[in-house]
Design a protein. Structure first.
Length: 136
């Protein structure tokens, strides 16, 4: 007998291990101000009627925000992501996530805090590209 919820969970989270779920739970408790602001406009299907999840486990990673319908991950980065080691890690991580079929959008905290309208427009534009089949 197959339990759909367990099967779906494996697909939804790309086989993430228990530790990843625990880390995601902790991150939800300690979100940044930029993450709080963006979550407020993504949650409850407020963006294009799409379901977004926050601090979502995917394989060995945790995505700040994730829309499973379009395999779209959104990352909101602080200044730590500006150093070369972090940039290299982020690039490698993006490649691995893209290998899973997840498209990654990346924003700086300052962009979310100061230009939320433009951030939302970029998210909507990316969704339209995915819907049109221009991005797979």
């Amino acid at each position: 007998m197959v339990y759909i919820s367990k099967s779906f969970q494996g697909i939804l989270n790309f086989g993430a291990k228990r530790e990843i779920f625990e880390n995601a739970r902790e991150l939800r408790k300690n979100e940044t101000e930029a993450e709080k602001i963006l979550w407020n406009v993504l949650r409850s299907r407020r963006c294009e009627g799409l379901k977004f999840r926050r601090q979502h486990p995917a394989s060995q990673f945790i995505l700040d925000f994730y829309c499973h319908e379009y395999f779209l991950g959104i990352e909101v980065d602080g200044s730590i992501h500006e150093n070369e080691d972090a940039k290299q890690y982020d690039q490698n991580r993006a490649v691995e996530l893209e290998d899973l079929g997840i498209t990654i959008l990346r924003f700086r905290n300052e962009d979310v805090l100061n230009n939320l309208t433009e951030v939302l427009q970029e998210i909507k534009n990316k969704i339209k590209l995915i819907q049109s089949g221009a991005i797979q």
